[in-house]
Design a protein around this ligand. Sequence first.
Ligand code: FES
Length: 202
Amino acid sequence: MNTVHELIDEIDHGSMPDAERRKVLLAATGVLGGVGLLAAAYPFIASLEPSARELAQGGPVLSDISTLAVGELRTVAWRGKPVWLMRRSDEMVHALQQPNPALADPLSKRSEQPASCVNATRSERPELLVAVGICTHLGCSPVLHLDDGALNAELHAPGGFLCPCHGSRFDLAGRVVKNVPAPTNLEIPDYRFTTATTVQIG
Ligand code: FES
C-alpha cells in the first residue's frame, strides 16, 4: 500500500491517473473536514464536561416555588435524598419564633445547616422550610402532621413532623424534641434563591 508521502509525490508529479487522483483528493478533504469539525466542536464539548461531572456527583437542583401553597410540602430529589420544600403560614412562623422548652436544640447548635439558617425558623425566608426529609435517628422519613392534637400541644404550633419508625418528633423548622431517639435536628441543605420564586438546592 502507498504511504501518504508516496501518494503526494504521485499527485505532484502527475504520474497518477485522473480518476485515482480525484479519489485521493476526496479522501484527504474528508479527513481534513473531520479534523475541522472536531476543532470547532471542542469548545462545545469542553463546556459540557463540568455539567456532566456535576450531574454524576448530584449537582444543584432548581425548584419553582411559585405554585407552592401555604401548608403544602413538596419533595424533590437531591443527591439521592428527599429534600422538603414547605410554605409555612404566618401562624406557623409565629409559633416557631416563640421559645419552646420541649425542643432539644432550639438554637441548632448541634445540628447541620448553612450559617444563613441559624435562626428560629432555620431558613433564609421565614415562610419557606427547606430540609432533608430523613430522620436523624436511623434514616426513616418523618411525616407531616397538621391536625395531631398531641403533637401540636407539645410543639405549641399548628403542625409538626412525626417519624413513624421510633416516634421522633420535629417542629416545622425540623427541630427535634427532647427524649426521642433522633439525636439532632433535621439537616438543612445548602440552598439559595436564584429568582424570587426559584430555589436552587446544592
Ligand atoms: S428512624 Fe426516626 S425515630 Fe428512629
